[in-house]
Design a protein around this ligand. Structure first.
Ligand code: COI
Length: 402
């Protein structure tokens, strides 16, 4: 017997010239404190996304070295060459997550590992690095300790965190960024909509498409949001807070852009159905969406509700409304939490759209009498908030170490 020739069973030996890329290392964090602390804004005066804390967290990455040492610094401007790839080819993705103060004064995060996994998926879709979950959560925890005084303690208020990844390669050649910056800024927030905790009206259009199968609508890219603003301004002129995005000639209901959406109705055979669109690439994989579905299965299931993820059309919603079977609708998102929907105006699809205003179809969604919400949205809001604020201990709530 003689050894097999020509087949190596040894692991591949890399040349000594290959560099070991550095992992993200939270223990290498340096902290430089601000010398000009900002005054706190009273919770009722907070406008979503306008107030920022004293500090920011940043970690640079390069293709040759990996992750450099993380830093917490005073909140400051970025200085970037005008040729930086983020400005030209939209190498940008982000997350939305929140930190809460519980009644004992502890800081809590809600399912932060999900945010990190999604950020990682978005970043890699743009040829930027994977985001290591554990060190990032450790770094965010340290950042929260530094800016703790900005975390509101009133229920319904929180510190919104905005982890962001941008390509920082100085080049207008189209290619993968050789360097990136991951930064996190934080903003104390109350309700997302300027109308406060009130039901919203949506305009559903069939002529503009937010996302399509195989596209990037399921990734949290800034570009997905920027392209929704022009139609949103048109909707706002007509009195709507947001657009409801439909897909295809069938008019499949997808999402709102800042929220996933849910409908509660009676089926044609009288069954109680709680329905949302499936994760088919045309909607963002909302963490609140996932939480709503799990809570619905746990709490609404025993009450006889079928919790369903399937494609459904705006015509089905309209038919349910016309036949008195539509019971409720709401949106869910990190920023909006649970936001009841009271009215949808639909252009009626391709043919009716040609008729302009005359072709538009109104869908009125019932609310509880004398209230700005429906019974499921109200209960869902409570179920989620009591977990986020740690009134009920759950596997989702993470206490931030001091
Ligand atoms: C969120 O819910 O965190 C969002 O990303 C919506 C919006 C504020 C961009």
């Amino acid at each position: 017997c003689h050894p097999t020739r020509g087949v190596s069973i040894l692991p591949r030996v890399y040349s000594s010239a290959a560099r070991q890329l550095a992992d993200m290392d939270a223990s290498r964090l340096t902290i430089t404190k601000s010398t000009t602390p900002k005054p706190l804004v009273a919770p009722q005066d907070l406008v979503f996304g306008k107030t920022f804390t004293d500090h920011m967290l940043s970690v640079e990455w390069t293709a040759t070295d990996g992750w450099l040492d993380p830093k917490i610094t005073p909140y400051q401007n970025l200085s970037l060459d005008p040729a930086t790839c983020v400005f030209h080819y939209a190498f940008e993705c982000f997350e939305g997550m929140k930190a809460y103060k519980d009644s004992k004064g502890q800081i809590r995060l809600f399912r932060p590992e999900k945010n990190m996994a999604r950020l990682s998926a978005s970043s890699q879709r743009l040829s930027m690095p994977a985001i290591p979950e554990k060190p990032m959560i450790q770094l965010i925890s340290k950042f929260l300790n530094v800016d703790e005084r900005f975390i509101p303690s009133e229920k319904g208020y929180s510190l919104y965190l905005r982890p962001t990844v941008i390509g920082t390669q100085r080049s207008i050649g189209v290619g993968p960024p050789g360097s990136a910056l991951l930064f996190v800024i934080a903003s104390p927030v109350g309700p997302y909509y300027p109308s406060g905790f009130k039901a919203v009206s949506l305009e559903a259009r069939s002529d503009i498409v937010r996302a399509w199968p195989g596209g990037v609508g399921d990734k949290k890219l800034g570009a997905n949001y920027a392209s929704c603003i022009a139609p949103q301004l048109e909707a706002a002129k007509k009195g709507f807070q947001q657009n409801l995005w439909l897909f295809g000639p069938e008019g499949y209901v997808t999402e709102v852009g800042t929220m996933n959406v849910f409908f509660a109705w009676l089926s044609r055979t009288g069954k109680k159905e709680f329905i949302t669109a499936p994760l088919d690439g045309t909607i963002l994989e909302g963490i609140t969406r996932d939480s709503v579905l799990e809570l619905a299965r746990e709490n609404l299931g025993p009450e006889g509700w079928d919790v369903i993820e399937r494609k459904y059309t705006i015509a089905e919603v309209k038919e349910a409304a016309d036949e008195g079977r539509l019971l409720e609708a709401f949106g869910s998102g990190t920023a909006a939490v649970v936001s009841p929907i009271k009215r949808i105006q639909w252009d009626g699809g391709m043919e009716r759209r040609a008729l302009g205003e005359k072709g538009a179809v109104e869908i009125n969604v019932p609310l509880s009498p004398g209230s700005e919400t429906g019974p499921i949205a109200q209960r869902m809001w409570n179920w989620i908030l009591e977990r986020q604020y740690g009134e009920i201990e759950s596997k989702w709530s993470v206490i931030v170490p001091r």
